[in-house]
Design a protein around this ligand. Structure first.
Ligand SMILES: [Zn+2]
Length: 276
């Protein structure tokens, strides 16, 4: 896998500064674009991209193939609902496909810690910089979000369903069919959950920003107050995979073992696919 690895910096004229770099990973090209006024992709970013893509690759995973652009935009203070500082999102690239990772100023930061290494209950277990953590997180979204991402990437529906059952992810309200009208409606919330004055669902001191919660928030990075447990299963998977690759000691033991076993399985399939 790694012998195919190659990286090129294409120097262009100043007029084309926005597109002055690209990387080639396993024969797949990813453009690095920086918006006017945004943090530019530098040597350090490229080294970190190389490291993160190799970590996925060593584990038989190839989410980078889903992306054609990494973009940096001038967005200094993107805040998630609930107050978490935003770092990046998956968006539409020049091809109009959902194939770009779009980094904000904070997401481009290589000195500050990513939340997986700064949360209270994981203090002192090592450092993961925000750019590397964000990149690994968004690449995992690429493997777990939406139909088009399921084909040759290995985090499939079965993986997501198993994670859901094993780590207690549930919805506060389910859609139920109104037999009279034939319409789908929101059911009453699960017992214990109610909306607070700020519009967040809460169950005593557990507050969530959407309608998903886990019965085991303590197994999430950052615990009950952390980003993953507060937002969704998707975020839990993405932060967990980022931690698994970049600093497994900060991950819950059962989640670590679950990923270890899945990845072992995928690696075997990956090998036999390549040999056939
Ligand atoms: Zn996310």
């Amino acid at each position: 896998m790694n012998e195919n690895y190659n990286m090129e910096n294409l120097n262009k004229t100043p007029e084309q500064k926005k597109e002055n770099k690209s990387i080639l990973f396993e024969n797949h090209k990813i453009e690095l674009l920086s918006e006017e006024g945004a943090v530019e992709f530098g040597e350090e970013h490229i080294k970190k991209i190389e490291k993160v893509l190799n970590l996925f690759s060593e584990n038989g995973l190839s989410p980078a193939k889903k992306f054609s652009e990494f973009e940096s935009i001038n967005n200094p203070d993107a805040k998630h609902r609930g107050g978490f500082l935003g770092s990046a999102h998956i968006g539409y690239g020049k091809s109009k496909e959902l194939s770009a990772i779009i980094f904000y100023n904070y997401g481009m930061n290589t000195n500050k810690p990513h939340r997986i290494s700064s949360s209270e209950n994981f203090k002192g277990k090592g450092f993961v910089d925000n750019f590397s953590g964000t990149l690994a997180h968004e690449l995992t979204h690429g493997g777990t979000t939406g139909e088009k991402f399921f084909d040759d990437y290995k985090f499939n529906r079965e993986f997501i369903q198993e994670w859901r059952e094993k780590f207690g992810w549930k919805y506060v309200r389910k859609n139920v069919k109104n037999e009279k009208t034939g319409r789908w409606e929101k059911a009453a919330p699960v017992e214990g959950w109610e909306k607070d004055k700020d519009g967040f669902w809460r169950n005593n001191d557990y507050i969530i920003t959407r309608e998903e919660y886990t019965t085991m928030p303590e197994k999430c990075i950052g615990g009950k107050r952390g980003y993953a447990a507060s937002v969704s299963q998707q975020e839990d998977i993405c932060d967990s995979v980022a931690a698994y690759l970049l600093n497994p000691s900060i991950l819950d033991k059962e989640k670590r073992e679950f990923l270890e076993n899945k990845i072992k399985e995928y690696k075997q399939n990956y090998k036999s696919d390549n040999n056939s």
